[in-house]
Design a protein around this ligand. Sequence first.
Ligand code: NAG
Ligand code: NAG
Ligand code: NAG
Ligand code: NAG
Ligand code: NAG
Ligand code: NAG
Ligand code: NAG
Ligand code: NAG
Ligand code: NAG
Ligand code: NAG
Length: 877
Amino acid sequence: MKNHCKIVLCFLFLCFSSPTNSTSLSSQSSSTHSISVQHCVDSERTALLQLKRDLLTAKPDSSFPQHPSSGSLLPSWKPNANCCSWEGVACHHVSGHVTSLDLSSHKLSGTFNSTNLLHLPFLEKLNLSNNNFPSSPFPSRLDLISNLTYLNLSNSGFSGQVPLEISRLTKLVSLDLSTYRLDSSKLEKPNFVRLVKDLRSLRELHLDGVNISGSICESLNQLSLLSKLDLSRNNLSSMFPKSIMLLSNLKTLDLSSNTPLSGTLPEFPIGSKLEVLSLMFTSFSGEIPYSIGNLQFLIKLDLRNCSFSGLIPSSLASLNQLVDLDLSSNKFLGWIPFLPPLPSLEKLLLSQNRLSGVLQDFERAFLSPLSVVDLSMNNFEGHIPNSFLELQNLTELKLFSNNFSGAINLSMIKSIESLAFLQLSDNSQLTIAYSSNLKLPQLQTLWFDSCNVSRIPSFLRNQDGLVELGLSNNKIQGILPKWISSVNLLSLSKNKFTGKLPVSFCNMNSLAILDISYNHLTGQIPQCLGNLSSALTVVNLRENQFSGSMLWNFTEECSLTTLNLYRNQLKGEIPASLGNCRGLKVLDLGDNQINDTFPFWLGKLPNLQVLILQSNRLHGSIGQPLTPNDFPKLHILDLSSNYFTGNLPSDYIGIWQSMKMKLNEKFLYMGGFYYRDWMTITNKGQRMENIHILTIFTVLDLSNNRFEGEIPEMIGDLKLLQVLNLSRNNLVGEIPTSLSKLAKLESLDLSQNKLTGEIPMQLTDLTFLSVFNLSYNRLVGRIPVANQFLTFTNDSYGGNLGLCGFPLSRKCRHLENDPSGKQQEDSGKKGTPFSWIFALVGYGVGMLLGLVIGYMLFWRTTRCSRWIELFFKAKKW
Ligand SMILES: *[C@@H]1O[C@H](CO)[C@@H](O)[C@H](O)[C@H]1NC(C)=O
Ligand SMILES: *[C@@H]1O[C@H](CO)[C@@H](O)[C@H](O)[C@H]1NC(C)=O
Ligand SMILES: *[C@@H]1O[C@H](CO)[C@@H](O)[C@H](O)[C@H]1NC(C)=O
Ligand SMILES: *[C@@H]1O[C@H](CO)[C@@H](O)[C@H](O)[C@H]1NC(C)=O
Ligand SMILES: *[C@@H]1O[C@H](CO)[C@@H](O)[C@H](O)[C@H]1NC(C)=O
Ligand SMILES: *[C@@H]1O[C@H](CO)[C@@H](O)[C@H](O)[C@H]1NC(C)=O
Ligand SMILES: *[C@@H]1O[C@H](CO)[C@@H](O)[C@H](O)[C@H]1NC(C)=O
Ligand SMILES: *[C@@H]1O[C@H](CO)[C@@H](O)[C@H](O)[C@H]1NC(C)=O
Ligand SMILES: *[C@@H]1O[C@H](CO)[C@@H](O)[C@H](O)[C@H]1NC(C)=O
Ligand SMILES: CC(=O)N[C@H]1CO[C@H](CO)[C@@H](O)[C@@H]1O
């Protein structure tokens, strides 16, 4: 404000003190656009008025939040007024021709009739950005306005092909066509190269989100004046030419979010002017060259989620201007070559690499502007430098999933008022020290999972604004605190909590994720669980000692996706109101004392993928589906160890589509953003594999019930099954040959039934089979000798007195089923089963183990900053 005043005063002073001609005052002052008193050209006024009229005739778009504050559009644009003094219009000081039209952010909507612009041939600057002309194509014939130097059509809703004529505007200095809308514009004919070829005066080029697919060729090199280039959020592929990064005037280069785009960093020359280099979410690879130290003006370097590797060059330590450094999610090795941190650095993000070493304390940390420190998911070890806790502007300290050890003394934090994220989880050798009267600044997230915590930190009592609290996998005893405030995520699993869920739980209205699994909690699960379910998405209470009936009333607003009550002592019926939870994907009520019949009504849940009811007191026959679309996405069903009777549910077997063929969508164990997060976080081998198992697992387990009758032939239609267990029932008849169609089957257990006849030769087609059990039936004849059958032992066949041949010691008397030598040969050629199958050996335990691992994984991976972002977006925080 002050500056503006000064300028005006100064201007007035100059004018009035001008000794030459006080008479020409008016014409002098007209040389500025703001006080233009010269009259506009009639034809141009008419064109502008027509433009306004065309805008008015179209209905405003309701998707655009606000309309002009005055209620009317461009109020100063009155028919008989001087158009040079209109809002957004500026004219030439002598000729009065309109030279600039700036309607940016005017909340205009409707149809933009660009023909009107052609009556403004002296335009030099045109800014229509940030409006909403959704049904209008890009203005055409702009080449007729040949003196345009500044053209900004960003986020204006213009759609379709970028017109060729723009490529003839050779005086353009600044061109901005960027957009946040997908699918709106494209750059095919002309393509990118054609468009910019002749625009030699360009200094700024913004084409983010325009969907320039394909490659960028070297021709950009000719734009030697280019200072800012933004091609982010396109679909660029192939190699990005190094030479473009070396353009001598380039200050800003943003190529982020072009996943297929590859390239390497060039050797940067001394004198480079580069200030901003953003390559995140591309496929750039290779090492950061030592010459990065030549970028003395660099302010921001963002290489997040690329494929860079090697050491972080020590020359980075000389970048004194650097404010923002993000090298997360690459394959960097070695240590951080700059501690103390660079003098201007505010954000240091190095998570998810392979960095290691001991971090040294550094002096005068209180002078550093560092505010974000994210070193999570690396291999750092040794003490956490106390210096981090002296950073005056620290807001985020994320050190989870490393090998830090020793003690971190939180008492040092108390003076850092800005701290909001404190994430120290998964440092198994770390202890967290604090005095009992410690008061911390108001935090948003506190993750101390797997940190040897032995009691609930007392300073949490003052943390009213906490959004996420993670204390899982510690050694905390005692009852759950009553004063835990209303958080979104509460993870207290794998501790030694006892007692009941406190009544205060019912006030946690914003709780979305509750994990108190693997504790010793007892008593009823409060009825308010039903009321809370409009916010709750994940409830994990497995492996506690909760008892009583499940009297919850889930409302229509229920937003649960996962409800896991496995291994408690719950009684009574399955609450019918679960039918309101249309987003439910995983329901695990296994190992309780539920006394009910088969909950056929869950079949209407469109997203249910995993249903585990094993080890309860469920009874009756399974019956028939209500509609042929029941259980459309179910791929894991475990009804084992109950008291079900009647025939195997052939009507259901007929409709379980997602056990038959892959639906278009992937099987997602947990949907939506969780899954995306898994993908971005779980790149560390092991974890990835487990998740993979879980998301594609297809299981049918009906074992240990009282099913009778024959195994229906149509079971062979469940082609995706990997695990089939029908053991310990009263099944009779022969083993259906159709089982040989279950080509993905890895575990087949039909033991302890009353099956008769011979083992079908066709079963040798099941080449992935690694667990096979037919014991204790009434089978007869020769055991097939081929493929996987050569790997099974006596245990697979025991208790069938009529079976003979390998691997049993009993020889076959008749030779009618003599195995041909050819089959023997085949077996050598067939591949061995996938290695992960071995996780399933002894599958009764195996599958549960798999699920447990899955849940654990899920809890680990919610610990991710991106998750928080997405979560807040979803929850409108
Ligand atoms: C655009 O304006 C021109 C001249 O003002 C007129 O001839 C034309 O019909 C208009 N087009 C549309 C689609 O309104
Ligand atoms: C374009 O600019 C040149 C030089 O400034 C000027 O002579 C010419 O009249 C302008 N033409 C138009 C159509 O504005
Ligand atoms: C719109 O364009 C004008 C030039 O016509 C420019 O001065 C102004 O800064 C631009 N608006 C924005 C928001 O960039
Ligand atoms: C174009 O306008 C938008 C705002 O509407 C502004 O953010 C952007 O910086 C402008 N582009 C240029 C190159 O000035
Ligand atoms: C981008 O363009 C390519 C081909 O030019 C097209 O296949 C693709 O669907 C477009 N993507 C979007 C989001 O418009
Ligand atoms: C990216 O481009 C490829 C072709 O180069 C096209 O097949 C694909 O659909 C595009 N993707 C998007 C999101 O536009
Ligand atoms: C901390 O942030 C404030 C406000 O942004 C700033 O004025 C101050 O200089 C910063 N402190 C340090 C040590 O950089
Ligand atoms: C459950 O809630 C619904 C509506 O919210 C209500 O109509 C119904 O009576 C409730 N049932 C029980 C058992 O409380
Ligand atoms: C289930 O409940 C019924 C009464 O509703 C009772 O007769 C039966 O014994 C119970 N079954 C088991 C296994 O507890
Ligand atoms: C290294 C890394 O984390 N890469 C990930 C980058 O993001 C994509 C998705 O956008 C993932 O597929 C990659 O695994």
